[in-house]
Design a protein around this ligand. Structure first.
Ligand code: F3S
Length: 101
């Protein structure tokens, strides 16, 4: 199963995941990222580097969260690839604290 970006990324966009991804499968919206499930090689390198634990193996998603896989697929087709690290969003630290990962 591919990995997916969850809503915890919203308002954060730390992009530590992008820096470590070997296949450039992240796509960027203004407020968060998505993973192209067809490009993800399931290496899981991105999972431990996200400060808010926003990336999960789709296999581990709770029942009822399957739409997250479709959302990542759909949005990754609509949005450009992000292939380098960028500064976190100005809201990232407050959002991180509110999530208490
Ligand atoms: Fe988002 Fe975490 Fe990557 S906040 S941009 S999934 S490092």
């Amino acid at each position: 199963m591919p990995h997916v970006v969850t809503d915890a990324c919203t308002a954060c966009r730390y992009t530590e995941c992008v820096a470590i991804c070997p296949v450039d499968c992240f796509h960027a919206a203004d407020d968060r990222l998505y993973i192209d499930p067809d490009g993800c090689i399931d290496c899981a390198a991105c999972v431990p580097v996200c400060p808010v634990k926003a990336i999960v193996d789709a296999f581990d998603l709770a029942t009822g969260s399957e739409e997250l896989i479709a959302l990542n697929r759909q949005r990754s087709r609509e949005l450009p690839v992000i292939d380098g690290k960028s500064a976190p969003l100005p809201t990232a630290e407050a959002r991180r604290q509110s999530l208490n990962p």
